[in-house]
Design a protein around this ligand. Structure first.
Ligand SMILES: Cc1cc2nc3c(=O)[nH]c(=O)nc-3n(C[C@H](O)[C@H](O)[C@H](O)COP(=O)(O)O)c2cc1C
Length: 161
């Protein structure tokens, strides 16, 4: 049995999911063939086939994509332990009409950082990922309750505490 679904497009459900998570991990390929994985909070579904990512401070990712445009992105909800993996090819926009349009879109999503360039990822494959935590028949409500509790139990070690 397949543990994932293959979906042809970025649905409204996926768009809302990504907007809620506000964090994806983007993998690119370094010139030596090694992987480069870095977090991207400014990750939003733009339309049915494209994801837009704001580059604020991602020199490694940008250099890799310029040399080799392939990427994989994953977005996972830490509480429900469900998410999506996206494969695609990327274009970098640093100025011009496309840059302006995507920047306006990112601003409309609430992005206030100093965005140097925009990564436009055209998605060629979407897979749903579900944690093995579900293998024993647990419901999503069970898993979500368990992990909300887990993170709520973490001691607050922030400065001043
Ligand atoms: C939670 C989190 C979210 C981040 N979001 C972004 C982002 O949206 N855009 C960005 O350019 N950098 C973001 N960063 C910073 C980069 O991930 C970081 O500078 C990283 O080292 C860049 O590596 P790279 O050049 O290999 O991509 C984020 C970092 C963290 C910890």
């Amino acid at each position: 049995m397949l543990s994932y679904l293959i979906m042809p497009k970025l649905t409204e459900e996926i768009k809302a999911f990504a907007a809620k998570q506000r964090l994806g991990f983007l993998a690119t390929v370094c010139p030596d063939g090694s992987p480069n994985l870095s977090p991207k909070g400014l990750t939003f579904v733009y339309d049915a086939t494209r994801i837009v990512i704001g580059d604020v401070r991602s020199p490694g990712t940008i250099a890799n994509l310029r040399a080799n445009p392939v990427a994989e992105l994953n977005i996972v909800d830490r509480n429900t332990r469900k998410g999506f993996r996206f494969k695609g090819t990327c274009q970098i926009h640093t100025s011009g009409a496309d840059f302006d349009r995507f920047l306006t879109f990112l601003r409309a999503q609430g992005a206030s950082s100093d965005i140097a360039s925009v990564i436009e990822m055209t998605v060629t494959r979407v897979r749903q990922v579900i944690s093995p935590a579900y293998d024993n028949g647990a419901s999503e409500a069970d898993i979500e309750r368990r992990f909300r509790q887990h993170y709520a139990d973490e001691p607050d070690t922030s400065p001043g505490k």
